[in-house]
Write a protein that binds this ligand. Structure first.
Ligand SMILES: Nc1ncnc2c1ncn2[C@@H]1O[C@H](COP(=O)(O)OP(=O)(O)OP(=O)(O)O)[C@@H](O)[C@H]1O
Ligand SMILES: CC(C)(CO)[C@@H](O)C(=O)NCCC(=O)O
Ligand SMILES: [K+]
Length: 244
């Protein structure tokens, strides 16, 4: 049994896998890590392996210390990945993006893929049908946009994510909701349209904390899979076993 852990910029997500089935899932903050993981291990004593992807500032030794009988796989740039990396700065490519690209490559064979991760940041990752990772884009996520508007102006309030009632915002709050939500929706639909000019056919995977909210509202019909990063960690773990 495998415990997969995704250390994001804001939150930590985990899932217990038995083959390809998720038995348990949790979301927590960094200061709860030790307690949460120990509790999961107590409830699932058959967990033998841990696989971790971290973009947050949590290092490997934190996980090594949890339980000395656990085998810990901490994904780094030195790992073997199922795609050819064409990024000009492969050493600075986010580990989360590499894991997402791995999942897309392994789960959707012989096709072009675009992975959109709507989390703290929105990342776009394109892997072509030759399994080459080309790169993509990084932009601020929904919550980051709300916070940036508040933090970098004198008068704008900090609002929580809400669906705008009107496209033409008729109040300060409605203007902010329209700017943030319609801004992101237009960005994503616009990016997809531009990729389509270069690659007429590709599979889109939408994931991250805001995936469900966005999927319902995009012009493009995309099925949201909030667990794609955790599932990709599971697939990358199996890929590693098969290639060792
Ligand atoms: N409890 C919550 N805390 C923070 N963000 C939340 C929460 N619930 C939903 N969200 C939404 O999820 C988005 C953040 O996504 P996610 O949780 O995937 O980020 P993350 O943990 O920082 O991961 P990553 O760094 O991989 O993007 C925010 O834009 C916000 O709208
Ligand atoms: C873009 C984020 C912050 C998204 O989590 C992460 O993937 C990261 O820190 N990336 C490093 C820069 C890059 O991917 O080129
Ligand atoms: K992200």
């Amino acid at each position: 049994m495998l415990l997969a852990i995704d250390v994001g910029n804001t939150r930590i997500k985990s899932a217990v896998f038995e083959n390809n089935i998720i038995l348990e899932q949790s979301v927590f903050l960094k200061n709860e890590l030790e307690k949460k993981i120990k509790n999961i291990l107590k409830n699932f004593p058959k967990v033998t392996n841990l696989v971790v992807a971290s973009v947050g500032n949590l290092e490997k030794d934190v996980f090594l210390k949890l339980d000395k009988n656990l085998k810990v796989d901490f994904i780094t740039h030195e790992n073997q990945f199922p795609f050819k990396n064409r990024y000009a700065t492969p050493k600075t490519l986010g580990i989360d993006r590499m894991v997402l690209a791995s999942g897309a490559t392994l789960q959707f064979k012989n096709q072009n893929r675009l992975v959109i991760d709507a989390g703290t940041c929105i990342t776009y990752d394109f892997i072509n049908d030759n399994d080459e990772y080309l790169g993509g884009a990084i932009s601020p996520g929904l919550r980051l946009r709300y916070e940036a508007l508040h933090n970098f102006t004198a008068k704008l309030p900090l609002l929580a994510l809400e669906n705008p009632e009107n496209f033409i915002g008729n109040s300060t709050a409605e203007s902010i909701h329209s700017g943030v939500v319609n801004g992101v929706l237009n960005e994503i639909d616009g990016f997809i349209a531009e990729y389509k000019q270069i690659y007429p056919k590709f599979t889109i995977i939408l994931t991250g904390g805001d995936a469900v909210f966005l999927a319902k509202r995009l012009k493009n019909t995309i099925f949201a899979n909030s667990n794609f990063l955790l599932e990709s960690l599971n697939h990358l773990f199996q890929y590693k076993i098969n290639n060792d």
